[in-house]
Design a protein around this ligand. Structure first.
Ligand SMILES: [Zn+2]
Length: 533
């Protein structure tokens, strides 16, 4: 019989400790809702009392109802030399009014002596008091043992004593943590088997990723009888992060046959991964298993040819199962199969023998030679396909542009800091055959002025072009002349449509950065016109 596994999500607590991550209350509420929807059994919402944001979050959550998950408040055992009823951390846990509190204690004798600087016996008292006291106010109290595995390696008798004390104090379950993330698979198996032989109250696992084994070790822990699995979306967490639910859940569902969430909910996995990454101001790593953009990406001609015949030839699962999709990019290495694959994706009907396919491939080779690269520039690639395979007519062109240095409004103040003045850009546009000349200036320099002039001119014909903003901009200098001037430069733009919230990724390349920038910007504009959004 397959084990019944409970997913314990700590994205909002351990995940919030990731370098560079700072969830707003709104983010936390939105993520809680999503985690509930996807079917997490427990959501560790934060550490009330450790910061005002988490206390506020629990206050708001009192009025919200979760449909599926149980909300858990996290905290620590009482501090030494403080009576349990005076401990502010425990007080905050009680005030959070959750049905479940999960507290942690030190499990490594070395930490007890070096960090807490108390006796081993006293540490047992702290946890006993804390669990007993909390249980008067909170229906379910669980105890996580920090450094469970390192502690066990150093002093197994002491870790066993902690488990025994927690059991006597009435903990609902005991959690085992590889806090430093340094354990190997066989160590996890040995220690859990030994400990659980005496105390099967050890039910939860919390593993960090420092040896790259968080998911593997967690899966091993399940084999050893562990049923409550800690993890985070996108593997967020201290240092290298911890067990990534976006990898673990599909492994459990699709490889081990453990039905921890429904098939329908599994299909939302990539979406949730993207939303959480967005809240962290991060991107889901392209190489992330299952949910990464490259997880079902095929570039090599041999692979593309095979998956066109049968997708299972080079993929371990169907991407739709986790809400992802097959993807290919077009490059100078591509063959006709790549074109057919993408054309199908774009809904364009074309035969392999059609001369347009060869024309498009030749054009891509020429463009790559001058610096273009279509991987990562999906909207530019899409336009190219429409242009070559369906004779799409471009609406928006720039015939000419020039710059003029002008005195900026802030000139005096700027000059005092030794910087020069503002730039004015003039563009001659051809929009649906009509010529427009526009001049604009902008504080942020030449590229800002150029963008402003192009969009101002565009808005006269297509009002909604004003909804486009450049949200990311990367340049790569590909070649220099012998005398040290730039000879080939590539620009990647991320353009956000403020109306739909969608982002477009476009590319431009030229001998100068302005033309390269314009090429990428024009693709964004043309895409918006084409989609009519
Ligand atoms: Zn942790």
């Amino acid at each position: 019989m397959k084990p019944k596994i409970k997913l314990y999500d700590t994205t909002l607590r351990d995940g919030a400790q990731t370098e560079g991550v700072s969830f707003s209350i709104q983010d936390k509420l939105k993520i809680t809702e999503l985690l509930d929807e996807i079917g997490m059994h427990y959501i560790e919402g934060g550490w009330p009392g450790s910061n005002p944001k988490d206390s506020e979050y629990f206050k708001i959550m009192k009025k919200k109802k979760l449909h599926y998950a149980r909300l858990v408040a996290f905290g620590s055992t009482r501090r030494a030399n403080i009576p349990v009823e005076k401990d502010l951390n425990l007080k905050a846990l009680i005030e959070a009014e959750t049905e479940h509190a999960n507290i942690f204690c030190k499990g490594w004798d070395f930490h007890v002596k070096e960090v807490l600087r108390i006796s081993l016996e006293e540490n047992l008292e702290l946890l006993y008091d804390s669990v007993q006291y909390l249980k008067r106010y909170v229906p379910i109290v669980t105890l996580g043992i920090e450094h469970f595995f390192d502690g066990y390696k150093a002093n197994p008798e002491y870790v066993l004593k902690i488990i025994k004390t927690a059991q006597e104090a009435g903990a609902f379950w005991v959690g085992s943590a590889d806090t430093t993330g340094g354990c190997l698979i066989d160590e996890i198996a040995r220690i859990l088997t030994e400990a659980r032989k005496q105390y099967d109250i050890v039910k939860a696992i919390h593993i960090h990723q420092d040896s790259g084994l968080a998911v593997a070790n967690t899966m091993k822990a399940i084999e050893c009888g562990i049923t409550v699995i800690h993890g985070t979306i996108n593997g967020l967490g201290e240092r290298c992060g911890m067990t990534d639910f976006c990898t673990l859940i599909p492994n459990l569902k699709l490889k081990m046959g453990i039905d921890c969430i429904s098939d329908e909910k599994l299909k939302r996995l990539r979406n949730i991964s993207l939303i959480v990454a967005e809240a962290c101001n991060m991107k889901v790593p392209k190489y992330a298993p299952y949910v990464g953009k490259n997880a079902f990406f095929h570039k090599g001609g041999v692979h593309v040819d095979a998956i066109l015949k049968n997708p299972r030839t080079y993929n371990h699962i169907e991407p739709e199962l986790v809400g992802n999709k097959y993807y290919t990019a077009i490059s100078e290495l591509s063959g006709k199969d790549n074109v057919l694959f993408l054309a199908k994706e774009y809904g364009i009907k074309i035969e392999k023998t059609d001369p347009k396919v060869t024309e498009l491939l030749n054009h891509i080779k020429e463009r790559e030679n001058i610096g273009f690269q279509y991987e990562g520039a999906e909207e530019s690639c899409y336009l190219l396909f429409r242009k070559y395979l369906e004779n799409y007519r471009i609406h928006f062109k720039v015939k000419k542009f020039s710059f003029n240095m002008v005195k900026g409004e802030k000139e005096k103040e700027v000059l005092e800091e030794g910087i020069s003045s503002q730039t004015e850009a003039t563009v001659i546009l051809e929009i649906d055959g009509k010529v427009e000349e526009i001049t604009a200036n902008h504080d942020s320099g030449t590229l800002g002025a150029l963008r402003k002039a192009v969009l101002e001119g565009g808005k006269k014909h297509y009002l909604n072009l004003g909804e486009l903003i450049v949200t990311d901009f990367k340049t790569h200098v590909l070649d220099y002349t012998e005398t040290g001037y730039i000879n080939k430069v590539r620009v990647f733009l991320e353009i956000t449509d403020m109306n739909s919230g969608k982002t477009f990724h476009t590319v431009g390349a030229s001998r100068d950065i302005y033309t390269a920038f314009l090429e990428a910007l024009l693709d964004g504009i043309e895409y918006k016109i084409l989609k009519g959004g």
